[in-house]
Design a protein around this ligand. Structure first.
Ligand code: SF4
Length: 372
């Protein structure tokens, strides 16, 4: 691949039309190529047999299909959870997780390699900020998952969904810290002439970057929003999530309310439970007070709380809340009228669960590239 080779996934349809124009090809060739990329999931010009041979050769010579090299694919949950460990050109890690259920297939993708936000409970945060991913590098993770799903369907005996049904931006990185590239990836994957993912099938998760929440409130596609809250106390939240010093809880809740008022969409507050850190019943009461306050003062906010038992991250002194503490926490919230659920877990055995993505693996799991 030459240094100035073009990553086709970084090109919008108008960009490909411009390229065809430059190459003296008719405009309809751009739409053919675009369909190969996003409808047929093609990544080999030799298989684009409706294109003239000379054009296929030129595509092979001047462009490439993605920047991320699949280093390994790890499988868990009887093959229904699959984590891809990608390497960028300088070997920086990027990870994506495909979770297959009988009725849906969700892919969790990364918007950055590493992350600058430094949440203390998160494996990715320990890597620091390595790269902002380009729109193409974000999109190609979903295309990997779509191809992987097709392969699983060919081999599986049971019911396997026909296509990716949900894309969640909860992998490595903070999407609003790379807002423009993240949003370009949403628009590309949403495009009805291409991958055609419904806007409501996207969920973006933020650590609480207020400007991003307010910007999304004005966006023209109704994607879902999840806000990581993790504590109703500013002191503890700042300790767990340094971003809280910049955007404290009151400011964050105000932005969340503005978002739901403008969009009329419900958001979810994510709350990762750490044993004897943020999982005491009094802390559930404080959380209920914070969120109920928005109802009782007549200021409406449509929300739901998602409780997440913390997943182990090596090198921390934190502990996972046991089931009893999780249930108690949920009980207090429910008694105070807070809608909440406990997240169903996937992928903890391959370090593919929330907060566990850090470019590595864990002993004892199956590595698709290793001999049995
Ligand atoms: S939890 Fe999210 S925002 Fe915080 S360090 Fe990890 S990846 Fe970054």
């Amino acid at each position: 691949m030459s240094d100035n080779s073009i990553n086709l996934y970084d090109m919008s349809l108008p960009d490909i039309e411009n390229l065809m124009n430059k190459w003296d090809e008719p405009a309809f060739r751009a739409r053919q190529i675009y369909r190969h990329l996003y409808v047929h999931l093609g990544n080999d010009p030799n298989e684009m047999t409706d294109l003239p041979v000379a054009l296929r050769e030129r595509i092979a010579e001047k462009t490439h299909f993605g920047d991320l090299r699949v280093d390994r694919v790890l499988t868990g949950d009887h093959g229904m959870t699959r984590k891809a460990l990608f390497a960028m050109q300088d070997n920086s890690p990027v990870e994506s997780v495909l979770m297959i259920y009988p009725d849906r297939a969700t892919v969790c993708i990364s918007s950055q390699s590493g992350c600058p936000m430094q949440c203390t409970f998160c494996a990715t945060g320990k890597l620091g900020h390595l790269h902002d991913l380009t729109p193409g590098q974000i999109v190609e993770q979903v295309l990997w998952a779509a191809r992987e799903l097709n392969n699983v369907r060919k081999q599986a005996k049971g019911e396997i969904p026909g296509a990716i049904s949900n894309v969640v931006y909860m992998g490595m990185g903070e999407p609003f810290n790379n807002y423009d590239n993240w949003w370009a990836s949403v628009e590309r994957l949403h495009d009805p002439t291409g991958f055609n993912m419904g806007a409501r099938n996207f969920t973006v998760s933020t650590v609480g970057l207020v400007p991003g929440i307010l910007k999304l409130a004005e966006a023209d596609l109704p994607v879902n929003l999840a806000v990581s809250l993790h504590s109703a106390d500013d002191k503890l939240r700042s300790e767990m999530m340094p971003v809280n010093k910049r955007y404290p809880i009151t400011e964050l809740i105000d932005a969340a309310r503005t978002y739901t008022e403008k969009t009329r969409r419900r958001l979810s507050f994510e709350y990762v439970l750490l044993k004897e850190k943020n999982d005491f019943p009094e802390q559930a009461l404080q959380l209920a007070g914070l969120l109920r306050g928005n109802v009782t003062t007549g200021k409406t906010m449509l929300f739901h709380v998602n409780l997440i038992p913390w997943n182990p991250v090596p090198g921390t002194s934190l502990n996972r809340s046991d089931r009893k503490r999780v249930i108690n926490f949920q009980k207090v919230l429910k008694e105070h009228g807070i809608p909440c659920t406990v997240r169903v877990e996937r992928g903890t055995d391959i370090a593919a669960a929330c907060g566990q993505l850090a470019g590595g693996d864990i002993a004892g799991i199956r590595d698709e590239n290793s001999p049995d």
